[in-house]
Write a protein that binds this ligand. Structure first.
Ligand code: TYM
Length: 336
């Protein structure tokens, strides 16, 4: 296998407010990678329109995701931050990958099944080929490492399949084998109302999630209202079998405090959830409060945010364009 320069790529959809799931499962983990890797972070607006988005709301949500990244510690001087639609290589490579990926592969994608629900015929074609565009996002930069939450694992496996089939169909070693980076104590943050459902921007219940835009009072209120059970906290995570809500709150606590879930358990062993929730609310406010405030400050300066995104798109394009030209040559597109 050819060797590739190590490069990190990841993305977030501007389709609703950023949640503590996005933060703990993904964005928080990106911050440290900036020190060791070349890092590219994308607001994936092309992905967002696979379901209906109001144009004005989409514009602001795009800025808000960029503000959330910066407020969480992504430094525009160290990382490229940009929005997907402004670098045409994403859409162009996605088309080529639509012709590489097989229907059978896409039929197996659980996220499509979840999002399309019972009304598959009424889902957009974009939603169906969403994973091909995601592969294009990553491979347009020949990225080698992709830090994401656990829910993106299947999409990254598809990205590897697409890269492999492209390489073998054309007899090249052009695309790297992408490595998912899924780490931390909260790789899958669950809904505060239902420990079996993922915390999601699109859940109709506001109380199911903590948004990065929530103020201190609202964060504390949502945690107080979070569903738990009447048992006290056990001494270890192994004893939490069947207690999804309890496990979720402990994982959130651990991830926010930078500790192991097991340590948190033994500290609170034998206590009820009322005290634990009080401490979790304080901790959440302490960690998320400054991010929320910085996001609000950034959102008040749209000119600054737009300039970061514009510069990011220019820099992203400089990396992706030469790679796309090579792909065109490999595929046999005449460049007269
Ligand atoms: P999106 O916008 O749903 O989520 C952005 C990131 O947040 C993670 N995440 C979570 N992690 C833990 N617990 C949760 N409840 C939770 N909810 C979301 C996601 O795993 C993700 O890392 N398809 C992607 C966006 C994307 C992308 C890419 C990612 C498009 N192109 C290329 C990586 C590389 C998505 O919908 O993420």
């Amino acid at each position: 296998m050819a060797t590739f320069k190590q490069r990190v790529f990841s993305g977030v959809q501007p389709s609703g407010n950023l949640t503590v799931g996005n933060y703990l499962g993904a964005i928080k983990n990106w911050v440290g990678l900036q020190e060791s890797h070349e890092t590219i972070f994308c607001v994936v607006d092309l992905h967002a329109i696979t379901v209906w988005q109001d144009p004005d709301v989409l514009r602001d949500a795009t800025r808000e995701v960029a503000a959330g990244m910066i407020a969480s510690g992504i430094d525009p001087k160290k990382s490229i931050i940009f929005n997907q639609s402004q670098v045409s290589a994403h859409a162009e490579l996605a088309w080529i990958f639509n012709c590489v990926a097989r229907m059978g592969w896409l039929n197996r994608m659980t996220q499509f099944k979840e999002k399309a629900g019972k009304h598959k015929e009424r889902a957009s074609v974009g939603l169906y080929v969403y994973p091909d565009l995601m592969a294009a996002d990553i491979l347009a930069y020949q990225a080698t490492h992709v830090p994401v939450g656990a829910d993106q694992k299947q999409h990254l496996e598809l990205t590897r399949d697409i890269a492999q089939k492209f390489n073998s169909d054309y007899g090249v070693e052009f695309f790297p084998e992408v490595e998912p980076l899924i780490f931390g104590e909260a790789t899958r943050v669950m809904s505060l109302r239902d420990g079996k459902a993922k915390m999601s921007k699109s859940d109709p219940s506001e109380n199911s999630r903590i948004n990065l835009t929530d103020d201190r009072d609202l964060i504390a209120k949502k945690i107080r209202k979070a569903r738990t059970d009447s048992e006290p906290l056990p001494g270890s995570m192994d004893e939490l079998e069947g207690r999804a809500e309890a496990k979720n709150l402990i994982n959130i606590f651990a991830a926010l405090s930078g500790r192991k879930a097991g340590e948190v358990c033994s500290e609170y062993e034998g206590q009820g959830f009322a005290d634990f929730k009080g401490d979790l609310a304080d901790l959440s406010v302490e960690v998320l409060g400054p991010i929320t405030e910085e996001m609000a400050r950034l959102m008040a300066d749209k000119t600054y945010l737009d300039s970061i995104l514009r510069e990011g798109s220019d820099n992203a394009d400089k990396v992706a364009s030469p790679i796309l030209r090579e792909v065109q040559d490999i595929v046999g597109f005449l460049r007269p």
